[in-house]
Write a protein that binds this ligand. Sequence first.
Ligand code: MN
Ligand code: MN
Length: 457
Amino acid sequence: MQQPYSRTESVWQRMDEAERAAVMAYGERYKAFLDAARTERLAARIILDKAEEAGFRPLYDMESLKPGDKVYWNQKGKSVILAVIGQEPVHAGLKIVGSHIDAPRLDLKGNPVHEQDGLVYFRTHYYGGIKKYQWPCIPLALCGVIYTKEGRKLTVNIGMDEKDPVFYITDLLIHLAQDQMKKTLADGVTGEQLQAVIGSLSDKDEKVKDAVLKLLKDRYGIEEEDFTSAELELVPAMKSRDVGFDRSLIAAYGQDDRVCSYANLEAILHAAPGEKTQVALFTDKEEIGSYGNTGMQSSYFAKFVMKLLALQQETSLIGFYETMENSEMLSADVNSCLDPMFPEVMEKDNCSLCGYGVALTKYTGARGKGGSNDANSEFIQKIRALFDAKGVGWQIGELGKIDQGGGGTIAFMLADWGCEVVDCGTAMLSMHSPYDLLHKADAYETCHAYKVFFESR
Ligand code: MN
Ligand code: MN
């Protein structure tokens, strides 16, 4: 690309025909990933499968590490780390791209089956930040796992195949909604109302709930009590689609943060081995604060780095901190871009623009940058020079107007260990909705950015 940074010409305008074709081909691969990787467990499985195919091996099987070795860490099937060992020792620092594979959704409660006036429902508890009114009246798929009393694991994935049934949350008809319509958007549909219809048939003198439970027992061998040891998620069942006559955009569920996760995966699989060790991180639980033993606030990433060091005969605790001090990370999470229908929340000179490249965000946070990793200008300069040298279409973008709100990413957690970190990801529209929207050229440039970062010194 001639001019990697511009606020007047879109990435597409700056691309030649070969680059434009690459953008469209990337979009096809990315949509296939989105439609298969509906949950963190499914995403983790796909990432591990692709990594194993490419020659990555479990870190715990390794007896030593030499340059070019490819290893992975599977954190309870919900978070994954891939690494390609560099020419220099691990201690010299890592090139980390950190993305997350969880997304906002509706989880089932522990005792979810509920009959009301002849309809049977799943009660849900939403996960992550959602506008509750957006979730009724769309097809929902059920994905996850159930462990029966005896310990049998049942993997559930119902609703993504065209032939499958889906599940459905109702909303009030407009004709009777005069009271509802006076409520705020926050209150119009409540959390407890997000119950999905799962059945309505029964025989004479049989309760519908009993009939549905009997069907579950006959078909899947599960009892009602087995839901107490299940992790089931209702996720939008709509397939990813191209948007626009020119097919320039993609609408899909879960693009926060699977757009950066997919870019991260392609980047590490296709990057030339580097002087520094390359680390692609796909973490869980970002949407609820990175808690839990599959989230970024837990110790699994530190253990992974310590294990890499140990395999290169470096076992001191200070060795871990020195490694992190020597490391650099792109915090690979999405950003918002200017929505021309809602311009009032953006300051136009400093927000990301749709189709203008991968977004670098110096600080996230809210109000006075609260809770933010405020990236060092020295590091931003290094990344900027790299992107310019390699023709990566990029832009600088804040999440929104100063006092409108804010957001967080995993950036500050790795910065706590001394790592240089800057937020770098795809800007999107309708974030956290059941069907969000982004530009294919931005998704492509995100992957381009991560690849050149992995390969850089
Ligand atoms: Mn995110
Ligand atoms: Mn998010």
